[in-house]
Design a protein around this ligand. Structure first.
Ligand code: 13P
Length: 262
């Protein structure tokens, strides 16, 4: 059984005041939802503050990026050693990092390796650009991102993959549930070849890209899709709680009868 996961990626948004208010506004609603792993990804500088608020709640913290060495002369960077005090997860290889900061598959691979060595769980992002999608190259691009990003990484359940088509991020044009499920199935098949069928079945694969409370059900009702990486909609407390609530209800309904009994 793969436990569904919903992560809210705040990206480079909020002041400390806004961040604290956002967490306080969603805390009670989120905390009481069961059957879904709930993860918040605030900017680095708010991790300690928000970590304090979330202490003794069921909500977990995630960083948005990380350097691949534990310490040294890398001005402005944040190391896995620093993050693991606060976070269980770290987003790696987000398309915005690839696009604006030149992160290659090789760098993503180093980061994934370093995160696992430091007992952080990577949420590894993959996804094709619009022109790649239109040229029918989605599988080629994603196959490369998975194979190179996970090169020499031993099979583990401690990685989460997020399929985020670049054309769906922040555009309001989400993929359809079927489109997303088909690509996620391809990702699972690629993992089965790289690792094994069992290891691929154990791994959670999320969809991300313009997910809101209006369309989350379309994704979550696909058995291939184990949750969502939510951007803009995670900056509104009520909206984010609604997304997690719907996820819990839909995945609970799809459990085999004997497992859904209390
Ligand atoms: P949006 O939900 O704003 O499209 O962002 C998706 C994303 O990039 C999450 O990491």
């Amino acid at each position: 059984m793969r436990i569904p996961l919903i992560a809210g990626n705040w990206k480079m948004n909020t002041t400390v005041k806004e961040a604290v208010k956002l967490v306080r506004d969603m805390l009670d609603g989120l905390d009481r939802i069961e059957g879904v792993e709930k993860v918040l990804c605030p900017p680095f500088v708010f991790l300690a503050e928000i970590g304090g608020i979330l202490k003794s709640s069921s909500i977990k913290l995630c960083a948005q990026n990380m350097h691949f060495t534990t310490k040294g002369a890398y001005t402005g960077e944040i190391s896995p050693l620093m993050l693991k005090e606060w976070c269980e997860f770290v987003i790696l290889g987000h398309s915005e990092r690839r696009r604006y900061f030149g992160e290659s598959d090789e760098i993503v691979n180093k980061k994934i390796t370093a995160a696992l060595e430091n007992r952080l769980k990577p949420i590894m992002c993959v996804g094709e650009k619009l022109e790649e999608n239109e040229a029918g190259r989605t599988e080629e691009i994603i196959g490369r991102q998975i194979n190179q990003g996970l090169n020499n990484v031993q099979p583990t359940r401690n990685i989460v993959i997020a399929y985020e088509p670049v054309w769906a991020i922040g555009t309001g044009k989400a993929a359809s549930g079927q489109q997303a499920a088909a690509t996620i199935k391809f990702i699972r098949n690629t993992l089965a070849k790289l690792w094994s069928e069992d290891a691929a079945q154990d791994l959670r694969i999320l969809y991300g890209g313009s997910v809101t409370s209006n369309n989350v059900a379309e994704f979550i009702s696909q058995s291939e899709i184990d949750g969502a990486l939510v951007g803009g909609a995670s900056l509104r407390a009520e909206e984010f709680v609604n997304i997690v609530n719907q996820t819990a209800a839909i995945k609970e309904r799809s459990l085999p009868a004997e497992q859904s009994k209390p």
